[in-house]
Design a protein around this ligand. Structure first.
Ligand code: ADP
Ligand code: MG
Length: 465
């Protein structure tokens, strides 16, 4: 992908926009772009610099993304939900050997929800954080839908990023302590190892490769990582490579390049706050703020770019069946993050039907012809039996989720309505990691090779009754 029309070969210490930004290290990558931690020289702070592939298709999509992001910035600066959608700070073109690349500058955010879910996996994300996250995502969606007229269309844990409120401190700390950021001591193009993080396989600048590995396969792990027995505990790239089977389904033409040279990982507050992976005693943050990110697939309520939207596990029935869809498709995805996940379309529909009852006739009943046996399993029972919530908590959470899972997109509750549900008001005990017997959950797409974690990966501890 480091070819004409592809990624721009970025090097540490490269400058962008006439010296305004200096590259520190890689943060992540997507099918469209590579994303870099960079210093904003003029404002003396760090930013995330997204450098988009240069082919016309990518450029056009990026220009749409910028228009959508600008609407997010401008629509209503005072709206509370605006804080929960990623903020575009700057954009410009950058000319390089592979063409002219659209560049976008964002505030620096941390790891995504899926990697957070995995870090908490053995004990579960505490209930008070689950409620905060659900509330903030709904606030972000409410802002996008009502104030901006924007539909995200690819809402999933990978696209919800945790905020870092002390970015400069974290960067400074990382620069002092972490091998990955010894920017002065490693030479350009040399390998960088990040202990405890999965290498981000794809695009390493300056390593043009003709390999085109399967995105979901083992081979995307670097040989070093395998030798070192590193676990994929942390890092967006991991999730993308191993689990994100249909990220941006309208982008499937793009392939990533296997890279064993350069690793990247999200910025985390671990070293300053807690270390769940290495320490037996770790503290739970009181607050986790999150933002909805990656508007690369977003569209206008009044102007859809494609009907090929949403990642499978979070895809709404109306989209699967090719019916009319709108902002409520995001609400379905939101509820899926806190509900079940699905695999193949048939199975998916079957499970939706199991959970929610039969489809309305107008939703192309013929689509259901392949489905024979359906068990009926009420959502509240799933939450109780599978996720070990108490009866009360299960009923309460189901009451919150079910209106977001209305099969009829027009009747589905809106973000604003969901925010009014009393489930948000019940204050959970923060210190619930030890004794709780019940748990609620927030699901993320996970490795389909691992059935055990298939639907139950992301237990989130709830206060026991
Ligand atoms: P694409 O459109 O190519 O999929 P994304 O916007 O999803 O690009 O960004 C690719 C990756 O870069 C993300 O998965 C994440 O790891 C990282 N990233 C993106 N934006 C930020 C940000 N603001 N702060 C930190 N990391 C980011
Ligand atoms: Mg992306």
């Amino acid at each position: 992908d480091y070819c004409k029309g592809g990624y721009h070969p970025v090097r540490i210490d490269d400058t962008f926009n006439e010296g305004a930004y200096v590259v520190v290290r890689k943060l992540g990558w997507g099918h469209f772009s590579t994303v870099w931690l960079a210093r904003d020289v003029r404002k003396n702070r760090h930013v995330a610099l997204k450098v988009v592939k240069s082919a016309p298709h990518y450029t056009e999509t990026a220009l749409d993304e910028i228009k959508l992001l600008q609407k997010i910035v401008d629509a209503n600066p005072n709206a509370p939900g605006r804080k929960h959608v990623v903020e575009l700070l700057d954009h410009f073109y950058h000319r390089g050997p592979n063409g002219t690349h659209v560049c976008m500058v964002f505030e620096v955010l941390g790891e995504n929800l899926l990697s957070l879910i995995k870090r908490y996996n053995h004990r579960g994300i505490p209930a008070h954080l689950v409620k905060q996250i659900a509330k903030q995502v709904l606030m972000g969606l409410d802002y996008m839908h009502r104030e901006c007229g924007i539909i995200h269309t690819d809402l999933k844990p990978e696209n919800v990023l945790v905020c870092i409120d002390n970015v400069e401190e974290v960067v400074k700390n990382e620069l002092l302590n972490d091998t990955r950021s010894t920017t002065t001591s490693y030479k350009k193009g040399h390998s960088i190892r990040i202990t405890g993080s999965q290498p981000l396989s794809p695009p390493s600048s300056g390593s043009p490769s003709s390999q085109k590995p399967n995105n979901t396969s083992e081979q995307t792990k670097s040989p070093q990582a395998k030798e070192n027995g590193e676990q994929p505990i942390n890092g967006v790239g991991t999730d993308k490579n191993n689990y994100d089977e249909t990220d941006g389904i309208n982008r499937d033409d793009a392939e990533s390049v296997c890279d064993t040279e350069m690793y990247s990982s999200p910025l985390t507050q671990d070293k300053l706050t807690n270390k769940p992976s290495t320490s037996t005693k770790w503290t739970t943050p009181d607050v986790i703020n999150v933002k909805i990110a990656d508007l690369g697939n977003a569209c206008w309520v009044e102007h859809h770019f494609t009907n090929d939207i949403q990642t499978r596990q979070y895809r709404s029935p109306e989209v699967i069946l090719g019916s009319k869809w709108g902002p409520s498709a995001d609400i379905w995805s939101m509820a899926c993050m806190a509900g079940s996940r699905y695999n193949k379309d048939d199975d998916h529909i079957a499970q939706i039907t199991e959970l929610l009852g039969l489809f309305p006739k107008h939703l192309a009943l013929s689509e259901l012809r392949h489905i024979h046996k359906l068990r009926h399993w009420k959502l509240a029972d799933v939450l109780q039996e599978k996720y070990l919530l108490s009866r009360n908590e299960a009923d309460f959470m189901a009451d919150f989720l079910l209106p977001m899972l209305d099969l009829n997109p027009d009747k589905r509750s809106t973000a604003r309505q969901s925010l009014q549900h009393p489930w948000h008001q019940i204050d959970d005990d923060k210190d619930n990691l030890g004794g709780g017997t019940s748990s609620t959950h927030m699901t993320g797409s996970c490795d389909s090779r691992d059935n055990r974690t298939h639907r139950t990966l992301n237990s989130i501890k709830q206060k026991s009754d």
